[in-house]
Ligand binder design. Structure first.
Ligand code: GLV
Ligand code: MN
Ligand code: MN
Length: 431
């Protein structure tokens, strides 16, 4: 019903008059790439519980209502739009992604999945369709963890797996999550009330840019995710003795800087030799107190380690931790490695994944299965209900970068595939 695609035929996207689902979604992501939806001029940075986040939610709520949904903010700072099914209060298919960004990020990472959800619901509403289930579109507030050290607090709250002690985390300015909640008119003591009750939500569909080069290399617009890699976030700290950069001879220093450099090279070496898509990244390094003319007293850095198999990831973390302690001992320094977050690998649901493959095939594109090295809210929502993920090709596979780019045609095809997926689900529910 949405486009005439059969496997092997030319892909064709769904349109109603001048409303082109997916194309509009892209335009809306572009609009949200600048203030007031970004905290800064000239770049996109939309962190959790900032005024840019608030502005984005206000506009999204307006768009959700215009599309035929009722919109509400939950106790975790997520925005949820609901399009009722044929029966009021029916269990919902949850569709969405995150609306926060990394610093100087791209316009489509997360946001595109939210905007596609709104377009898809509007297509259903314009066609006057009521399904045997409700459709809810969700904009998660904190997938990236770009303000506070742990990520996915919002999807964890929805899945009912959040630990209320997260409220004690502080951002780079020393503001606690509890304080940020209060400033956003949220009650930090009610975080856990964002949890959905069993049976309220029966499936989750997340559409997201691939953030990698596989689809582009194969000339494909869409991919179907099989599983999301396991990841760990750790903080490493080497502590020595701060001193004068001009007066302290090299052999009398306890400088944590070169120790950190050695340890970062060890991470690169260990991960480069790994299997199962093992990767390790140091994305943030801080020398303290941080001055040209001061030997640092401490160096802290983040480590992000991922692999499709948790045991492979854990073996790499163990090996690098041993190296860190050995380097510290050799150089007479203190070292600590603190686990900040541990996300299990998350397979997508085989049944939903098969439906999504059929939906992609119905657009005329051969279905392509692939794993995700990037983390997604879907890996957390898997504790609540079965999940499926649709990947959309992005230019050069570039992401977490302002050069992130997608085409209108691919976004239109993604919306069409999502509508086919909903058709398949409807057929399954009615069978
Ligand atoms: C989110 O983008 C992540 O993979 O860390
Ligand atoms: Mn991201
Ligand atoms: Mn993302």
């Amino acid at each position: 019903m949405y486009g005439k695609g059969e496997p092997g035929r030319v892909a064709e996207a769904f349109e109603i008059g001048d409303f082109k689902p997916g194309v509009r979604a892209k335009t809306r992501c572009d609009l949200m790439g600048a203030p007031p939806y970004s905290e800064a001029e000239g770049m996109l940075v939309r962190r959790f519980l900032t005024s840019a986040h608030d502005e984005a939610l206000k506009t999204l709520a307006f768009w959700m209502e215009e599309a035929g949904m009722s919109a509400r903010r939950d106790h975790a700072g997520n925005l949820v739009g609901r399009y009722e099914g044929a029966t009021l209060g029916a269990p919902a298919l949850l569709v969405g992604s995150h609306i926060d960004s990394v610093r100087n990020g791209g316009r489509y990472d997360g946001a595109l999945g939210v905007m596609l959800g709104i377009d898809v619901v509007e297509a259903l509403a314009r066609a006057g369709r009521r399904l045997p289930f409700a459709v809810e579109v969700i904009a998660f507030g904190d997938e990236e963890g770009s303000r506070f050290p742990a990520s996915m607090t919002c999807s964890r709250a929805v899945a009912g797996t959040v630990d209320p002690s997260v409220m004690e985390m502080t951002d780079g300015d020393g503001v606690s999550l509890a304080q940020a909640f209060a400033a956003f008119a949220l009650d930090p003591t009610r975080l856990e009330e964002a949890a959905r009750k069993p049976g309220e939500v029966f499936a989750f569909l997340e559409a997201h840019i691939e953030q990698g080069p596989v689809l582009e290399a194969e000339g494909l617009a869409l991919g179907v995710v099989t599983a999301i890699a396991a990841q760990k976030r750790l903080m490493v700290r080497f502590a020595g003795v701060a001193g004068h950069a001009g007066t302290t001879p090299m052999n009398l220093r306890k400088d944590p800087g070169p120790a950190a450099a050695e340890a970062i090279l060890a991470l690169e070496r260990i991960c480069s030799g790994g299997k199962d898509g093992l990767v390790g990244t140091v994305g943030r390094i801080t020398a303290l107190p941080g001055a040209f003319n001061v030997i640092p007293g401490a160096v802290e850095y983040s480590m992000d380690v991922r692999a499709e198999v948790a045991a492979t990831r854990d073996a790499a973390v163990e090996a690098v931790t041993a190296e860190i302690h050995a380097i510290a001992a050799r150089r007479g320094l203190e070292a600590s490695v603190t686990l900040m977050q541990d996300l299990a690998a998350s397979p997508c649901d085989p049944g939903l994944t098969a439906l999504l493959e059929d939906a992609v095939a119905a657009t005329g594109q051969a279905p392509r299965r692939l794993p995700s090295g990037a983390g997604h809210d879907a890996m957390v929502i898997a504790d609540l209900c079965p999940t499926a993920m649709l990947f959309i090709r992005c230019e050069g596979g570039i992401s977490h970068n302002p050069r992130e780019a997608v085409t209108e045609a691919d976004c239109a095809l993604a919306a069409t595939a999502m509508l086919h997926f909903i058709d398949q689900l409807e057929r399954r529910e009615r069978a």
